[in-house]
Design a protein around this ligand. Sequence first.
Ligand code: G3P
Ligand code: CA
Length: 267
Amino acid sequence: MGRPLVFAHRGASYDLPEHTLAAYLRALDEGADGLECDVRLTRDGHLVCVHDRRLDRTSNGRGRVSGRTLAELEALDFGSWHPSCALPDGDEVLDESHTRLLTLERLLDAVLAAGRPVRLLVETKHPARHGRDVERRLVTLLRRYGLTEPRPGHPVQVTVMSFSLLAVRRIRELTPALPTVLLLEALPGRLRLGRLPFGTRIAGPGIVLVRARPDLVPALRAAGNQVYVWTVNDPADLDLVAAAGVDGVITDRPAQALARLSEGSPS
Ligand code: G3P
Ligand code: CA
């Protein structure tokens, strides 16, 4: 069995500001199999890659992402909070790829321009002011890019993830061929161990849950599901999930994860 797929969580977000184009291009350079991003809707209906509901932690703005227009967000700095921007390294000149808001469209364009296979995990964040519009807009955008149906030979494969059962169900209803991941912070009370709802075939448990419940990954796999675990940065955790036979790891440090996971698997 080969190593698990390595997905860069918010890009190479340990080294560079999360959700910036620079962080994603770094992850691709490092050889990540795929990228993970969170999406939210702006006040005027654009999908942007931002994790928090508020702007305060990762930009020089204040307040809710959903309360601002795209133009207002484009005027903010999304990189200078990160140590890599405060201490430019040698001759490296920081361009706007380190500081500019990333729209999902720009990320899709970058992934399509990569010239090699890339898997993109798009997480819709809830609760959200725009509710179900997040999934509707996402499916409309992916359809425009021809990415709602797996196409043999196409280098880019999109999978949609959410902690929200309703969001996962909406995606399944809107576009049944698009793979989905149900993210899990805790065990879902109403489901039998290892079972997933709505035709979803990939579980996304957090590493804390995987550590606490060693029976979870085997049960998911026995039920025929794949397992992507987040956010796995610690080498001991990488060893743990690799030994458990998971299909993917989502990490802030793709180069480190690739090196560690490749040590134990035939190339
Ligand atoms: O990949 C899943 C993981 O990103 C979920 O947690 O808070 O980092 O979005 P969070
Ligand atoms: Ca996420």
